[in-house]
Design a protein around this ligand. Structure first.
Ligand code: SF4
Length: 469
């Protein structure tokens, strides 16, 4: 799905069932996260702070830790590549495939591969690239985009998925029973695992101490993707390095709890390198591609804290804007608060195209409270707004009221009282009937909620009266 609309306009037109399904799923994940953290730790906030410090320390010493990760990986038998951008990463993958005479690749869930648009690139070059994560597989069949970092099809219901399967000829008939859908996907994908010649994974963390790569899934598809192939490619952002295996343990504990409320994901896999001579199976070649794609620039900027992100999705689940608008509203691979900070930065020269995203926030601070690595997301959103202003980037959204006007209104009690009365009247008047261009532009992209103002003044008067009586 592609959209050029600002978030608020996209949210306004979102079908009710999509909004409900995003809201229900986000809230359920948020509640599970809270229970899981409180059951496991007496002071969940202190482990969150510790994780933030580990990641921040790594970022501040990234060249050192990246260097030792490369050394260890090579010692373990992996070949390490660096890609400065998506194009270079895609070309490296294609070159590796051609080098082993492969045209079929199977892929476990990897947001970085979404970021570089790997599937269309490989298809353009005559190679098959199949998603093995069930949600990503459905997204691929539908030619859609993930709408959540962890649960890519949170915007779809089982009827839509059954129709997708029917259209793709997976299974004999239409069937929207979830178990049948899963069984059909499984038997389709089993064949693809066997046929593939190369398996591609991401990497949740890489230990600089041992070169060990941690991979987490709930479906076991990362194992399947690499165990039947002779070649394994791990595509990893440079920021995924951590100093030691011990640090990796802290982050793994927080990742599962923050993402899905589990103590650990069902499959947590540690890859040391290609198969050893004594091992009966596993990939004979292992390539690790470290992707930069603007990350070095981010590291040297006022937004560097965003590179602590471990892609748990907790900030999406708690965000009132994400819950109302869904991930597609953010027009990029990374949605929600993390996406509002990261997507404009990853866009490089196209920064202005995404400069409206940081404005889609009430700055309530909930995203920072849930973030397992304590990223100051509201602060970063404000820095973006400031940057856009300093660089004279025009508002993407028409009709945004000026803060100067708002300040005048709030500074005058008489004007404020009058505006409250006018606000009440707005419940009965359509904004489209007001012949003021700014109001019309505003109303084109937004809906006004029912007026609830004036309640405090009423309460205050009554309270004063009761006190005096
Ligand atoms: S910014 Fe924090 S909460 Fe959001 S996805 Fe990244 S780690 Fe998770």
């Amino acid at each position: 799905m592609k959209t050029k609309q600002p978030i608020d306009a996209f949210a306004r037109d979102l079908p009710r069932e999509v909004r409900e399904s995003v809201y229900v799923s986000s809230k359920a994940k948020y509640d599970k996260r809270l229970d899981s953290l409180n059951q496991s730790y007496t002071a969940p906030d202190s482990i969150r702070k510790l994780a933030g410090q580990i990641k921040q320390h790594t970022l501040e010493n990234l060249p050192t830790y990246l260097g030792s990760a490369v050394e260890q990986l090579e010692k373990n038998g992996a070949k390490v590549h660096f890609a400065k951008d998506g194009q270079e990463a895609n070309e490296t993958i294609l070159e590796i495939m051609r080098g082993v005479g492969a045209t079929k690749l199977i892929k476990s869930k990897s947001m970085v591969s979404e970021e570089i648009h790997l599937n269309p690139f490989l298809e353009k070059h005559g190679c098959e690239s199949i998603e093995s994560d069930l949600g990503e597989f459905i997204v691929q069949l539908d030619n859609d985009m993930p709408s959540h970092i962890v649960t890519p099809i949170v915007h779809k219901n089982r009827k839509q998925i059954a129709t997708t399967f029917q259209k793709a000829g997976i299974g004999e008939d239409y069937n929207d029973d979830p178990q049948t859908i899963t069984r059909r996907a499984r038997s389709f994908l089993r064949q693809k695992y066997i046929e593939a010649e190369v398996g591609l994974t991401g990497g949740n963390f890489v230990s600089a101490e041992s070169g060990r790569i941690a991979l987490v899934t709930n479906e076991g598809n990362a194992r399947f993707s690499i165990s039947a192939n002779k070649t394994h490619i791990a595509l990893i952002g440079i920021e995924k390095v951590v100093p030691s295996d011990k640090d990796m343990a802290v982050l793994l504990n927080l990742l599962a709890r923050s993402a899905t409320g589990q103590q650990l994901t069902v499959y947590t896999q540690f890859i040391n390198g290609p198969k050893a001579a004594k091992q009966p199976d596993g990939p004979e070649n292992m390539h690790v591609i470290f992707l930069d794609n603007e990350r070095s620039n981010i590291l040297g900027s006022e937004f560097k804290e965003i590179l602590r992100c471990i892609r748990c999705g907790a900030c999406l689940n708690v965000c009132p804007i994400y819950r109302q608008s869904s991930g597609h509203a953010y027009r990029a691979v990374y949605p929600g608060p993390v996406g509002a900070v990261l997507s404009p930065l990853l866009a490089g020269k196209k920064y202005p195209d995404y400069a409206d995203l940081p404005k889609a926030s009430s700055l309530c601070g909930a995203c920072n409270e849930v973030c397992p690595v304590d990223i100051p997301l509201p602060e970063l959103l404000l820095r973006h707004r400031n940057k856009a202003k300093q660089e004279g980037i025009k508002k993407a959204s028409a009709g945004t009221p000026s803060m100067a006007g708002w300040s005048v209104l709030c500074s005058s009690p008489a004007m404020w009282k009058t505006s409250l009365r006018a606000g009440k009247a707005m419940d009965y008047i359509s904004l489209n009937l007001i012949p003021v261009p700014a109001v019309q532009a505003w109303a084109k992209e937004r809906t006004l909620p029912p007026f609830r103002g004036g309640k405090f003044r009423q309460w205050f008067k009554e309270h004063k009266r009761n006190k005096e009586a």
